[in-house]
Design a protein around this ligand. Structure first.
Ligand SMILES: O=C(O)c1ccccc1NCC(=O)[C@H](O)[C@H](O)COP(=O)(O)O
Length: 201
């Protein structure tokens, strides 16, 4: 069964909505240029509110590696999602110093973008539309056989989540914009998306 991650938690009420909808993962964005950015203090508060059976994923874009390692080792996040140009040495160091799972993300415009991460030493790879949290899908025809667990992201919403799961059987769906109304997480959409993922997976 494909899991589901809802990214971009920004308010305590988003966490309470997640606790009701019960996705497998929620995402905290630590990229300070982004509208979903949250501080370490907020992330600590959100983690304390989050049900223990929902894992928290920290998304980073070329962050200082010590910050990623600290958040993992302090238990603020359970997995790290690397969305920038982090190289294999960076990925390996995070894994060795934390023994926590790492997701290596790539924005997909051409086949080479997938090739870039396909043999990464990370635990998971994540295929997304370039940029992150754009609400746009990328060309799914670029996905050929992938023999490792992967997250599928980019413009997934209530209209296409079922076809995404049926066509690719990803380890997990990952979405953000599709669970929002007017730029804020929408509890009804979160609930509906999780239901669709469970029904389809
Ligand atoms: O979510 C962000 O704002 C973000 C910013 C910078 C890098 C990555 C970011 N998000 C990564 C995610 O995991 C999103 O869920 C993914 O990009 C899909 O977003 P969407 O197309 O809005 O569903």
């Amino acid at each position: 069964m494909s899991k589901i991650k809802i990214c971009g938690m920004q308010r305590a009420e988003d966490i309470l909505a997640a606790n009701k909808a019960r996705p497998d993962f929620v995402g905290f964005i630590f990229a300070d240029f982004d509208r979903h950015y949250i501080t370490e203090k907020q992330a600590r508060e959100f983690k304390s509110l989050l049900s223990s059976d929902i894992k928290s994923v920290g998304a980073f874009v070329d962050a200082p590696i010590d910050h990623v390692i600290k958040l993992l080792n302090d238990g603020v996040i359970d997995l790290a999602q690397l969305h920038g140009n982090e190289d294999e040495q960076y990925v390996r160091t995070v894994m060795e110093k934390t023994h926590k799972p790492v997701i290596n993300a790539t924005g997909v415009k051409k086949p080479e973008d997938i090739n870039k991460v396909i043999s990464s030493c990370s635990d998971f790879i994540l295929l997304d539309a370039p940029g992150g949290c754009t609400g746009n899908t990328f060309d799914w025809n670029l996905i050929k056989e992938i023999h490792r667990p992967f997250f599928l992201a980019g413009g997934i919403n209530v209209t296409n989540i079922e076809s995404a799961i049926n066509r690719f059987h990803p380890y997990s769906i990952d979405l953000s914009t599709g669970a929002e109304t007017d730029g804020k997480k929408d509890p009804a959409k979160m609930m509906e998306l999780v239901k669709l993922a469970r029904k389809t997976g």
